[in-house]
Write a protein that binds this ligand. Structure first.
Ligand SMILES: Nc1nc2c(c(=O)[nH]1)N[C@H]1C(S)=C(S)[C@@H](COP(=O)(O)O)O[C@H]1N2
Ligand SMILES: [Mo]
Length: 260
């Protein structure tokens, strides 16, 4: 795997140095701004970007590509194979015991097997993935629109964000705070191109790319595309989830709203 070395070094530093050093390494923490309702902390410039993008583009679709555009070598980035006992056990059983738990601010919490998700209406899209580390790749993703899953669990009216909990710990910690997680707002959650993908380029989703299930939220950067998704929780704030910034990389200084 090749990757710009400067950024690779930065990631190493981030992982090795913990949260404080990571934040300093990323540099330029802008002023912290709190949403009016006391919701998640969002840096001011980012909050502006979020508001402007939402106003200008609304529910715009991300560009879709043709078969001929598919990248032959799509990098595997971050975790390439979770080593948690739970995921390894599920993998060894061909994911037959795997369940996607969907809970939180919903009327009907449910757990879905892969079979159930595959039997639901599906969507296939060829889109471009942009990683902040400076590479892009195009792939064909197949999965169930997140909207279909949410309709089944019935979000409560106070649900504002969907939090995705992954199987992997990108940073080994005793308290689990190195677990990968991500979050998106309800606009992105119900966007037609937001899917829970179980297929990539007409094959089952490979282990390196997030088997058995990953998020594709096509109008945002690579780190929002949570792999190895185990649980989705609807919340009204992510202040109480791990570092409180709404994602693994967000807790380490990245922007929560990574719109492109
Ligand atoms: N669970 C989990 N999801 C993750 C990551 C990770 O390390 N663990 N890395 C993120 C980053 S930074 C990118 S660019 C993409 C990489 O996806 P890929 O391995 O399919 O290229 O996954 C994102 N989702
Ligand atoms: Mo990334």
């Amino acid at each position: 795997m090749t990757r710009p070395s400067k950024l690779f070094t930065r990631r190493k530093l981030l992982i090795g140095g913990g949260v404080a050093a990571g934040a300093a390494a990323v540099g330029g923490w802008e002023t912290l701004a709190r949403q009016r309702d006391g919701g998640p902390v969002i840096r001011s410039a980012e909050w502006l970007n979020y508001r402007v993008q939402r106003a200008l583009i609304g529910n715009r679709l991300a560009r879709e590509y043709g078969e001929e555009d598919i990248t032959r070598l799509f990098y595997v980035n971050g975790t390439s194979r979770p080593d948690t006992a739970e995921w390894v056990h599920l993998f060894q059983g061909d994911f037959s015991d795997w369940r996607l738990k969907v809970d939180g601010l919903v009327e009907r919490p449910q757990a879905f097997s892969l079979e159930q998700l595959r039997a639901m209406p599906s969507r296939t899209q060829i889109t471009r993935h942009d990683c902040v580390e400076g590479w892009s790749a195009i792939a064909k993703w197949t999965g169930v629109p997140l909207a279909r899953v949410l309709e089944m669990v019935r979000p409560k009216s106070n649900a504002r964000y969907a939090v995705f909990y992954c199987a992997d710990q990108l940073e080994q910690t005793f308290d689990g705070s190195g677990t990968y997680y991500e979050s998106i707002d309800m606009t992105d959650a119900f966007h037609p191109q937001t899917i829970l993908a179980y297929g990539m380029n007409d094959q089952a989703l490979p282990v390196g790319h997030g088997a058995p299930l990953r998020l594709r939220v096509e109008r945002q950067l690579g780190y929002k595309q949570a792999k190895y998704v185990m649980r989705i929780q609807l919340v009204d704030s992510f202040a109480d989830v791990w570092g409180g910034k709404g994602g693994y990389w967000e807790d380490r200084g990245y922007a929560w709203y990574a719109g492109i």
